[in-house]
Design a protein around this ligand. Structure first.
Ligand code: CA
Length: 465
């Protein structure tokens, strides 16, 4: 018996910007899927892992033919498993994931379930188009005709997702059913692919490379080459005829990207009829291509009906970048604070040095005491402390050059004492009727910058040190 089968190829890559890959893919014939997790720390990886593992488990455990209803129920089970994990682990609160999954049903149709903004495209002959509709605020505004596709591409809220698995106890799952014929090709991908490559470039690669694995690898490679701003995950499915039963009840060749934690079966609710069919989105044919992928680095969750919890999740999604911004701000603040302290300490040191001394100088014909250093220090000029009663005519002429330069003393009292000594020395020379010395001598010119020298009656010619 000739029946349809899917030949699959896959590839995933962390990209060039992100530090971890939160995407997961599932290749567990008859079901294939891509999940794009979101959430702080490693929560996004956990969410996408639970999504694909739960989906694979539910499909492999089925007791009859695979149907679109079973796929929808499997997606809902995945939603509940993620939700329960997140409420049981506070560090994972708010995690979520997209999920797009496809499987052949009824031998000639492809059933597709979708939540979020991962996509399924179909390619038949020359026609390449997006089948799924992104659960994205801007995509919905475009679909409703409220904004144009061009406006959507620059819309400030283009990174707001409106639906995801795991952020609510229950989730609405879109389902599409596509006719499947030999030669048809389907592409599942996370948004990291279309945000980097146009539809034309994607379809060009799909036409050029006939081997699904080669096409998948090339798509990921090209998306990286064009920016790689997000994780990139691709599954390429080729419909072909094969002489075998189309589906066995066991999943074959299960391949899951990344490290998928074992499904916590005990925590999973059993499948049943708890969810009426009428809540399903009706099956639809191929839809118009949505807007190009939003130019976001972080996927946000939000719901148009302003659900408070989902909004809280959205802010949680913002936290990593906010945390980074806070760290940067703190570092800058710390640097500025340290700089100010260093500058202030330096200024204080200069100020202390400049103002902690006194010197004797000449103003007019009087000997005066200044506070500060002779000539000043940087911007700090000396200031007049007081004018003494001694004039330049009452000191030895040999002392005048050093007085013009300024003779430093540690205190006001020491400066006054130095002036008194100069006057006394002059008096002594007069009363002794000795001819006053006209030049200083090296051997009798000790440093006068200390109080003891200034107080020494033997000092004849103080000089600045
Ligand atoms: Ca993504």
């Amino acid at each position: 018996m000739v029946s349809l089968r899917l030949k699959a190829g896959s590839a995933t890559d962390v990209g060039l910007v992100r530090s971890n890959n939160q995407d997961q893919y599932l290749m567990a014939e008859p079901v294939f899927a891509v999940a794009d997790g979101m959430g702080g720390a490693a929560a996004g990886e956990v969410a996408s892992s639970i999504a694909v593992s739960t989906l694979g488990d539910e499909v492999s455990r089925r007791a009859g033919p695979l149907t679109q209803d079973l796929l929808v129920e499997a997606a809902r089970s995945a939603n509940r498993a993620i939700w329960q994990k997140s409420i049981a682990h506070s560090e994972m609160r708010g995690m979520g994931t997209t999920l797009v999954a496809a499987a052949l049903i009824d031998d000639d149709r492809l059933a597709v379930v979708n939540v979020g903004d991962s996509r399924l495209y179909s390619m038949r002959g020359d026609v390449f188009q997006q089948v799924t509709v992104d659960h994205n605020l801007v995509a919905e505004l475009v679909a409703e005709g409220r904004i144009s596709k061009e406006e959507g591409q620059v819309h400030p809220r283009r990174n707001i997702m409106t639906r995801a698995l795991g952020v609510e106890p229950e989730v609405e799952v879109d389902v599409f059913v596509e006719a499947a014929r030999p030669g048809d090709r389907f592409l599942l991908c996370s948004d990291g692919l279309p945000r980097e490559l146009s539809d034309d470039r994607i379809s060009g690669i799909l036409r050029r490379l006939s081997e699904p694995s080669a096409a998948a690898k090339e798509l990921v490679h090209e998306a990286k080459r064009h920016g790689g701003n997000d994780n990139i995950t691709v599954v390429v499915l080729d419909v072909h005829e094969e002489e075998s039963p189309p589906h066995s009840f066991e999943a074959r060749g299960v391949e899951v990207s990344g490290a998928v934690p074992p499904a916590d079966s005990a925590a999973l609710p059993t499948l049943g009829a708890a969810h009426p069919r009428d809540s399903l989105t009706p099956a639809a044919g191929p839809t118009a291509t949505g807007p190009d992928s939003a130019d976001e680095n972080t996927k946000l969750l939000s719901v148009l009906d302003i659900n408070a919890r989902t909004q809280a999740n959205a802010s949680r999604e913002h936290r990593p970048s906010q945390r980074k911004a806070s760290v940067v701000t703190l570092r800058v603040a710390a640097f500025i604070a340290a700089f100010i302290v260093i500058v202030a300490a330096g200024a204080a040191g200069v100020w202390y040095y400049a103002r902690s001394a006194y010197y004797v100088g000449i103003r007019g014909n009087a000997l005066v005491v200044y506070q500060g250093r002779p000539g000043g220090v940087l911007w700090i000029e000396p200031t007049l402390n007081h004018v003494s009663s001694v004039t330049t005519g009452q000191v030895l002429q040999a002392s005048l050059p050093s007085l013009h330069s300024g003779v430093e003393e540690p205190t006001v009292a020491a400066a006054d004492s130095f002036i008194a000594n100069l006057a006394a020395l002059y008096q002594k020379s007069q009363t002794a009727a000795l001819p006053p010395p006209t030049t200083p001598t090296a051997t009798t010119a000790p440093s006068t910058s200390t109080t003891s020298n200034a107080q020494s009656p033997t000092s004849t010619s103080p000089t600045t040190s």
